[in-house]
Ligand binder design. Sequence first.
Ligand code: SGN
Ligand code: CA
Length: 533
Amino acid sequence: MKPIYSLAAAALAIPAAALAQQQTGTIAPQTPNPDAPRYNIVYIMTDDHTAQMLSAYDTRYAHTPNLDRLAEGNGVKFNNSFVANSLSGPSRACMITGKHSHGNGFYDNESGRPFDGSQPTFPKYLQSVGYQTALFGKWHLMSTPTGFDTWRVVPGQGDYYNPRFINQDGSQSVEHGYLTNLITDYSLDWLENGRDKSKPFALLIHHKAQHRNWMADTCNLSLYEDKTFPLPETFFDDYAGRPAAEAAEMRIASPHDMDIIYDLKMLHPDSVTRLKETYEAFVGRMDPEQRKAWDDFYNPIIKEFYDAKLQGKELAEWKFQRYMRDYLKTLKSLDDNVGRVLDYLEANNLMDSTLVVYTSDQGFYMGEHGWFDKRFMYEESLNTPLLMHLPKGLDAKGEINEMVQNIDYAPTFMEIAGANIPDDIHGKSFLPILRGEHPEDWRDAIYYHYYEYPAEHRVKRHYGVRTGRYKLMHFYNDIDVWELYDLQEDPNELNNLYGKPGTEELTKQLRKRLLELQEQYDDPIRHQFPITD
Ligand code: SGN
Ligand code: CA
């Protein structure tokens, strides 16, 4: 383990009650199902990593050879992998409980209400059948992790450089280095020295990368500077027929939404932006050597930028290019570190006995609709990448097209471990799919519900249903707007068909399916907006 690095006192100040203490609510030991395969599970989850920026899914922008390794050979790639609420904390709560937000009680990041860690979660069920469990990295549920034999998390969003950690013994520390590397260091150290090698294990590696503000490691700063990326078709979207999309504050072109200093690092003494101080605090975490490398790289770009005095579309396109480069540089560290984990598992003969999962807490906009960020039920942020290396005995291969959702991970892992799956779990185990089966009764639609409004980025509350071809959404709270898309005819979701002549029957069917899902999952919102026809 690396020594604790001493930074300025101010940077060390972590709020005393950084995480609310929780009752653990452990689950009594169970006898595992004797037929369960009891594979080890390595679950790697990133933050805001979207499928457009993963070459197993999309080769236009990114080259991610280590992530792609997961889907090759004994691996699978899910083409229809969705979240239930496209925001970090809520998404993590859905994932760990197997329940939609109204079932686990964690609706949003900003209300400050901590996750109730005394409720059942899949790591607790795995412990109850004899698994060892560990978690390293971003947690973001505002309460102490429960259900883990070993954990070490970052407060809130975490810091890319010389990050703060909250340790299991209640202490807090600042470590020297780059967060993506450190999270991997701790995970590998646990695999090698921390666990009881006679037991099956579940290791959760939760990266902060690719979260805003995309601060690359110094060794990757100079990458991709000679590349120019094509603008997405919808970059100059006019949001016609979509008032909630128009109201959202996540536009790359907007100086308020995408900050030239905080997001794009154009720090200048004469320029004052909304998030300048936040950026100064982030670069203030660097040691002199890191800071020198940073400034040596950025200073010429900063000078060129302010000299050029770009305006309008030219400025928007310039911002898009820098955004893409920063995102890709941060991604290089992530891909390298996933490679380190795979190398370790291979070198230690663990690949045949371990399910390795790679996913993100949600998708993200890379300029589509002119945006960054997530939250909407539109495709880019509803989707999340999902790749898996399968252990011996699971015969699926290549692409999987069944619709899965992050509420399915918990029951899948529980079935693998041989734990009982209680009836109140909303998700469905997709272990049969990993075995190579295509169950005829697999779901034909998914349900989504987003709540964080009013809040940063101003994405209005909405819920909806997505089938293989169609999507119906209802935006509510200070708006009452329905949207309907035919994803086959209009994959970019520009043409809101709701209320258009000829869509009456389709709308009726989708409203019926939406209500069925609300009833199945018992979402109380159906009493506020009853679907009667
Ligand atoms: C921070 C970011 C937002 C982001 C949320 C949620 N602002 O508040 O841009 O949408 O996190 O992200 S920042 O100024 O702090 O960077 S999430 O992935 O954690 O849900
Ligand atoms: Ca996220």
